[in-house]
Design a protein around this ligand. Structure first.
Ligand SMILES: *Cc1c(COP(=O)(O)O)cnc(C)c1O
Length: 376
């Protein structure tokens, strides 16, 4: 463990493992660990490796063939599904990586069949049907077209049928979600009527697992947010919060500390002017790290267990904090932007709410400059 970092995100792998085991038990079916977008900012390979080797994770889900290839290059041997499919020219990456893929349009089938045939391999496909989110899933017509083409393919195996919920976190949309499940059941019948028996049937994301089990369980669930312990802002308020714990916290050390008189402007644009003699702490985290500029004059951090406000604009590399009221504040003290210090805490959900967004976006936005420190 490196003791000399000035800014870092801490990733608690034990909590990750506990969250995974709880999810596995709660779902009662295999869990696809969604590790797209750098494992929601937590770090693709360290997270996937730990989940595979320690938590015995069943499946991994990524958005792109490149993410899947990175998992394979890093030693992940469990099944991987590319939920975002591929663009023409990327079929070889899918075949080489032994990645399962979705097909967002019937026109991808022939390209995939050709690439698989060229390498004398059989590629696994999970079709996504659009039952209400309107995104990448196939319409009913596209599904039937795709099935017709798949019938002629000897190098593609239809292994899965999936759908994705639009609004499973909203109790007022419960009927809409039930409709999605009914549409999914119909699509499954059509697939079976066409002579296919997909081994995997999956619908639920975190919000679906939280509010719609067992109906939405299928025989596989695709979980991101809950795996990382993000449970506050994308789940139905109608059910008790699940017992998962946040995996990521975000910290930086006080790198500069000075006292300025009342009337002192601080930061770009002089958007903050001190109203009193103020102790100003400067910490090395800015929008270049994913601490978004919209936090300027709005956000908070914890220093010595006290919640302190940001002062002035967040700049690319540094942010200022008002530590006037923090007893014994000193150079090198840790400022926590996401996480806990003693009794005080700022959840990723709190941090995201300042920006009018959800915690998933906040952790995913952390850039490569922020070292991830893994604790296990
Ligand atoms: C990202 C994603 C998930 C996981 O969603 P969470 O809300 O993070 O659990 C599941 N399925 C699909 C298709 C996704 O894109």
């Amino acid at each position: 463990m490196t003791a000399d970092l000035a800014a870092w995100a801490e990733v608690d792998l034990q909590r990750l493992e506990r969250n995974y085991r709880w999810l596995r038990q709660r779902a009662g079916v295999p869990v696809m660990a969604m590790v797209k977008a750098n494992a929601y900012g937590h770090g693709l390979l360290p997270v996937a490796t730990y989940l595979q080797n320690v938590a015995d994770a069943d499946w991994f889900g990524v958005a792109t063939p490149a993410e899947g290839a990175a998992l394979r290059d890093g030693g992940i041997t469990r099944p991987i599904l590319v939920i975002g499919g591929f663009w023409f020219g990327q079929e070889a990456e899918v075949v080489h990586g032994d990645l399962a893929t979705t097909l967002p349009d019937p026109s991808y089938v022939a390209a995939l069949e050709r690439a698989a045939a060229a390498h004398d391999r059989v590629v696994s496909v999970h079709l996504e049907v659009d039952t209400g989110i309107g995104r990448l899933g196939l319409s009913e017509e596209q599904l039937l077209d795709t099935l017709a083409i798949l019938k002629t393919c000897r190098h593609i195996r239809l292994d899965g049928l999936m759908t994705h919920f639009a609004s499973a976190d909203a109790p007022e949309h419960a009927e809409f979600t039930h409709d999605q499940m009914r549409r999914y059941a119909r699509a499954l019948q059509q697939v079976q009527a066409a002579g296919f028996t997909p081994r995997y049937t999956h619908l639920a994301n975190s919000a679906g697992l939280h509010a719609f089990l067992p109906d939405a369980a299928g025989n596989l669930v695709r979980i991101g947010g809950l795996l990382y312990g993000i449970a506050g802002d994308a789940l139905s308020p109608a059910f008790p919060p699940p017992p998962v714990q946040p995996v990521l916290s975000l910290h930086a050390r006080i790198l500069g500390l000075k006292t300025v008189p009342a009337g002192t402007p601080l930061g770009y644009g002089c958007t903050f002017i001190t109203a009193r003699r103020t102790r100003v702490a400067t910490v090395p985290l800015g929008y270049g790290d994913g601490l978004h500029r919209i936090q300027s004059n709005r956000g908070w951090a914890l220093v010595r267990g006290c919640k302190v406000p940001m002062l002035g604009r967040v700049s690319m590399d540094v942010t200022m904090l008002d530590v006037t009221d923090v007893p014994d504040v000193a150079l090198g003290d840790i400022a926590t932007f996401i996480g806990a210090q003693g009794e005080a805490s700022i959840s990723a959900e709190d941090y995201a709410a300042i920006m009018d967004t959800i915690a998933l976006e906040a952790t995913t936005a952390l850039t490569a400059r922020v070292p991830r420190r893994y604790r296990s």
